[in-house]
Design a protein around this ligand. Structure first.
Ligand code: SF4
Length: 232
């Protein structure tokens, strides 16, 4: 089947081949699974354009920075870089499963992972016995397997309605009160333990606002633990 990639790396149709920025193993630092040892797969490409994006190196798909297909170098990066490699979904799942603890947590992140078709990848990861979490802005259709834990993180572009309905948790980045007010109607409609607020860039005022709001609403606080620990 033919595959076409448009600006920002969105795959329109085609076989399950995926652009990968990096693969690494660390503690999940955010949301419900904070502190959980995890395999991370960072997919390349995002068109959402958040001004505070801290993974800008995974936004653009630059052919000049393309590594050989299925390159193990994506699992050997020691610093963030925009270099990427294309993997078949089955090969990618096998690569990660073979290097992970049995039953390990596996996080699909980006970039925007849903700008690519991750249905086969998520199926194969689950079949390999891994627990799969998807971190998404919810701005693209969620083409993932049913057993995936979906973390919706609303960003600069509003999530699709179906993303709110599918989310297992909502993790909202907060700089100012306006960030909370923008999605207040959707957030208060959710069970409180599904909502977490995450201060952007560990800002003092944003952190105080998040604590105050969590205490008032019964929501959770997410602190990007990995940044405090200075780990990936
Ligand atoms: S959705 Fe995520 S990767 Fe894309 S621009 Fe926003 S923060 Fe960056």
């Amino acid at each position: 089947m033919e595959r076409r990639v448009v600006a920002g790396g969105r795959t329109q149709s085609g076989p399950a081949r995926l652009r990968v920025n990096e693969i690494f193993w660390s503690l999940q630092g955010e949301g419900r699974f904070t502190g959980t040892p995890s395999a991370f797969i960072r997919l390349q490409g995002c068109t959402v354009g958040c001004p505070w994006c801290d993974t800008g190196y995974a936004q653009r798909v630059d052919e000049a920075l393309r590594l050989p297909d299925e390159s193990p170098l994506v699992a050997e990066k020691t610093a963030a870089s925009p270099a990427w490699s294309e993997f078949g979904a089955e090969a990618l799942a096998a690569f990660v499963a073979a290097r992970s603890l049995p039953g390990m947590h596996c996080v699909l992140t980006g970039g925007e992972p849903c700008s690519q078709d991750i249905l086969l990848l998520t199926r194969r990861l689950l079949e390999a016995g891994l627990a799969v979490q998807l971190e998404t802005s919810g701005t693209e259709a969620l083409r993932c397997a049913g057993g995936v834990f979906v973390t919706l993180s609303p960003k600069a572009r509003p999530p699709l309605e179906e993303s709110w309905a599918r989310a297992d948790e909502v993790k909202l980045p907060v700089q100012t009160r306006a960030d909370i007010e923008r999605y207040e109607a959707e957030l208060v409609a959710l069970p409180p333990d599904k909502v977490c607020l995450q201060p952007v860039s560990q800002g003092r005022e944003a952190t105080a606002l998040c604590i105050q709001t969590c205490m008032a609403r019964g929501w959770r606080l997410s602190l990007q633990m990995h940044k405090y620990l200075d780990i990936r």
